[in-house]
Design a protein around this ligand. Structure first.
Ligand code: GAR
Length: 213
């Protein structure tokens, strides 16, 4: 079983999708060993507790700089013997030493088709505002491995939906969450835990891909 930590900052609907998929047996070979939040008030912590997953808070604002925060997250992951890290609405861009120690072992979900509408400053509803302002006709979400550059790591799964003429940022956000994020994130986790992902440069190869298409 792959000991997995889910890192969160907010509502935790993506965490909930992981918990549900795990309960329905859709994620293979994964142990949800911890949920770690950067904010003590995150509702995601309540979801984790209800599911019986151990919770921890590493509060971003308690640290004087990002390096100290990253060191604390790294120590927590190490002490919990974590193999896979999942960023599910985690609103801090991780850096050294976490990124190096967990190369190709950190999966992030981003609510756009990267490389559009992503990178530092693009998070939550802002992503969908920018997509609508640009006038794109499709948008979607991306599950990818995290690197030191925000939202720029190797892509694992992307899926698109059509933008509707009367979409608002929140209606688009809701549809992308329900129809894409909550599906591809558990899928990507299972692919990793089943040992079906290999990374060459920035290309992710999926073994027996047909099962998920
Ligand atoms: C999700 O839409 C996630 O993709 C996004 O924040 C939301 C968190 O919701 N993440 C980013 O924008 C990261 N760049 P949740 O807490 O309900 O899962």
């Amino acid at each position: 079983m792959v000991r997995t930590a889910v890192l969160v900052s907010g509502d935790g609907t993506n965490l909930q999708s992981i918990i549900n998929a795990q309960n329905f047996g859709k994620i293979k070979n994964c142990q949800l060993a911890a949920v770690i939040s950067s904010r003590p008030e995150a509702f995601a912590l309540t979801r984790a507790k209800s599911a019986g997953i151990p919770t921890f808070v590493v509060e971003y604002k308690h640290f004087s700089n990002r390096a100290a925060f990253n060191e604390a997250v790294y120590q927590k992951l190490k002490s919990l013997d974590i193999e896979l890290v999942v960023l599910a609405g985690f609103m801090v861009v991780l850096g050294s030493p976490v990124i190096e120690a967990f190369e190709n072992r950190i999966i992030n979900i981003h609510p756009s088709l990267v490389p559009s509408f992503c990178g530092e400053g693009f998070y939550g509803i802002r992503v969908h505002e920018e997509a609508l302002n640009y006038g794109v006709k499709v948008s979607g979400a991306t599950a990818h491995f995290a690197t030191a550059v925000a939202d720029a790591g190797p892509v694992i799964i992307q899926r698109a939906i059509e933008v509707r003429e009367n979409d608002t940022p929140s209606s688009l956000q809701k549809r992308i969450m329900e129809e894409v994020e909550w599906k591809i994130l558990p899928e990507a986790i299972s692919l990793y835990c089943e040992g079906r992902l290999s990374v060459v440069g920035r290309i992710v190869n999926i073994k027996d891909k047909g099962v998920y298409s």
